[in-house]
Design a protein around this ligand. Structure first.
Ligand code: MN
Length: 253
C-alpha cells in the first residue's frame, strides 16, 4: 500500500457563498501523487483528540506554504505588517511539527511549513526581510507580478546534507548542485530551532533550507518545489524521498 501523506489545509474564504472553506493548492496533492504517495488533506481542527486520531494513521507529513505565523508563537510582538495570519492553522501545524520531531515522522516542510518547523523547534523568524535585512535581495517574487515557477535566485547546498543527497537522487558521484529556485516569502528564519541545521542559503545569506540530522527525514525548504516539477526533475526527488521515508516508517508498524 502506498504511504499516507497528510497535507494540512489552509483556511479559504469563498466570496461566492460568503462562507469559510478549507483546502490546499492542488500542486501539493499532485506532487505527492507523482511521487507514489497517497495524499490526504488534514482539516484545521481545534480539538487534539481528532488530530491524534488522524496522526495515528499517517506515514508522512507535508506542511505547505501559506501566510505568516503569529509572532506570539515564537515569543515576539508584532513588528511589521503580517500576511494572512491564521492562529488555528498555526496551532494545528505547530502541534503536527512537534509531533513529527518527537515521533520521527517523515516531514517535508515547504515555505511557511519550514518556518512552522523552525518555530516548533524553538526558533524565531525575521518578520519582514526587506525592512530587517536591507542587504537582502527580493525574496517575495509572487503572483501576479511573477509566475509561480519564476526562478528568483540561486541557493547553495551544503555538502553531505540530507537535502543535497535527496536532490542528487542518491547519486553522490557529483558535487551538490547550485539550485535555481522560486521565492515567495517575505519572512525568513532568524535563530534556528534546536536540533535543526541550515543546509542551504541564498547568496545574501538567507536560510533557504533546514534539516534534522538525527531524524529519518525531516527537511524544510524555503522555496516551492511543487511549482518547479515541470522544469527541474531534481525537485521531484524531494517528494520521492518523503514518500520513501514514509513507506519505511509505515512498514515498521
Ligand atoms: Mn528565497
Amino acid at each position: 500500500m502506498p504511504p499516507l501523506i497528510g497535507i494540512t489545509c489552509t483556511s479559504v474564504h469563498d466570496p461566492r457563498t460568503d462562507t469559510p472553506w478549507q483546502g490546499i493548492k492542488a500542486a501539493y496533492v499532485n506532487a505527492v501523487r507523482m511521487a507514489k504517495g497517497t495524499p490526504i488533506l488534514i482539516p484545521l481542527l481545534d480539538d487534539k483528540a481528532n488530530l491524534e486520531t488522524i496522526w495515528e494513521r499517517l506515514d508522512g507529513l507535508l506542511l505547505p506554504g501559506g501566510g505568516d505565523i503569529s509572532p506570539e508563537f515564537y515569543g515576539k510582538e508584532v513588528e511589521t505588517e503580517l500576511m494572512a495570519v491564521d492562529p488555528l492553522r498555526d496551532q494545528v501545524e505547530l502541534w503536527m511539527a512537534r509531533r513529527a520531531l518527537s515521533d520521527d515522522m517523515p516531514l517535508l516542510a515547504i515555505c511557511r511549513g519550514m518556518q512552522v518547523l523552525n518555530v516548533a523547534a524553538g526558533g524565531t523568524l525575521y518578520q519582514d526581510i526587506a525592512s530587517e535585512i536591507p542587504i537582502a535581495r527580493k525574496h517575495n517574487c509572487s503572483p501576479p507580478e511573477h509566475k509561480s515557477d519564476c526562478l528568483a535566485h540561486v541557493v547553495q547546498l551544503q555538502i553531505d546534507s540530507l537535502l543535497a543527497h535527496a536532490i542528487r537522487g542518491g547519486d553522490t558521484s557529483y558535487p551538490p548542485p547550485t539550485l535555481h529556485v522560486n521565492s515567495r516569502h517575505h519572512q525568513a528564519l532568524k535563530e534556528i530551532g534546536e536540533g535543526l541545521v541550515a543546509v542551504a542559503r541564498s547568496p545574501d545569506g538567507i536560510i533557504e533550507a533546514v534539516e534534522s540530522p538525527i531524524h529519518r527525514f525531516i527537511l524544510g525548504v524555503q522555496w516551492h518545489p511543487e511549482d518547479l516539477l515541470q522544469h527541474d526533475h531534481t525537485m521531484r526527488h524531494l517528494f520521492e524521498n518523503l514518500v520513501q521515508a514514509a513507506a519505511e516508517k509505515g512498514s515498521k508498524r
